[in-house]
Design a protein around this ligand. Structure first.
Ligand SMILES: Nc1ncnc2c1ncn2[C@@H]1O[C@H](COP(=O)(O)OP(=O)(O)OP(=O)(O)O)[C@@H](O)[C@H]1O
Length: 225
């Protein structure tokens, strides 16, 4: 579904990432780890065509990102839900409207979609916060709202950038449970994180591969986490 062939990326200076060849299969579960500034967010952006590689090729659903026009990118993005590091809400809209925004953008904002929205808010435990504004939410509530927004258009893959960065252990476990549930529904999940305890706790529940960015390359980490 997402395939990298000898991918490199540079923001203009030297190469930040290089020689990356890997494939994220449907239903797979990956962690992406590595030091701050190693390129985790950049890697995720390459996965959802927010960036195009400066070397090699990224294929999304069997199509090269270089062959995708605007509509093609939009179509691919509907199949890849993203939980951004800073959540990226529109603060003047309610939580419910923020979560529903991808439906509106995709022109799917009908009555059935509104029912899905209510179900989704209940699933992440935010029914009672539906009419709140994003600045009023706690860190854990923000992350759960961002997760709901990422999955509302039923993507095949979920990419989450430090989803547990600002929450306590209990909330990070709750978020992990939601991501594990999505994976059990057949969605591919990738979580970029520094949180090794989170990775360890997930590995007892799911067969997860851990990728580590080291020396500009993305490598499969060993079992020594
Ligand atoms: N738009 C940009 N232009 C130039 N350099 C950038 C840009 N975005 C990121 N970088 C640089 O690329 C490097 C990798 O950034 P990236 O955000 O991908 O790392 P990260 O591993 O996600 O870091 P963190 O764990 O701190 O979030 C950093 O040195 C960053 O300053």
């Amino acid at each position: 579904m997402i395939a990298f062939d000898n991918v490199a990326y540079s923001y203009g200076g030297g190469e930040l990432l290089t020689g990356i060849t890997l494939a994220l299969a449907p239903g797979s579960f990956h962690f992406l780890t590595g030091p701050s500034g190693a390129g985790k967010t950049t890697f995720l952006k390459l996965c959802y065509a927010a960036l195009r590689p400066t070397g090699g090729e990224v294929r999304l659903f069997d199509r090269s990102v270089f062959a995708l026009d605007r509509d093609g990118v939009a179509a691919a993005r509907r199949r890849i839900g993203v939980v951004h590091q800073d959540c990226q809400f529109l603060d003047h809209l309610s939580v419910a409207d923020n979560v529903a925004l991808p439906l509106t953008v995709a022109g799917l904002d009908g009555q059935a979609a509104r029912r899905d929205l209510a179900e989704l808010l209940a699933w992440v435990g935010l029914t009672h916060r539906a009419e709140a504004r994003p600045p009023e939410l706690s860190g854990g509530e923000r992350q759960r709202a961002a997760l709901a927004r990422a999955v509302i258009v039923s993507p095949d893959a979920i990419l989450a950038d430090e989803p547990t960065g600002n929450v306590d252990w209990e909330m990070s476990q709750r978020l992990l449970t939601l991501l594990l549930e999505l994976n059990r529904m057949g969605k591919a999940v990738m979580i970029a994180t520094h949180d090794l305890a989170l990775i360890r706790s997930a590995k007892s529940q799911v067969q997860a591969r851990v990728l580590r960015i080291s020396n500009r390359r993305v490598q499969l980490a060993g079992a020594d986490l």
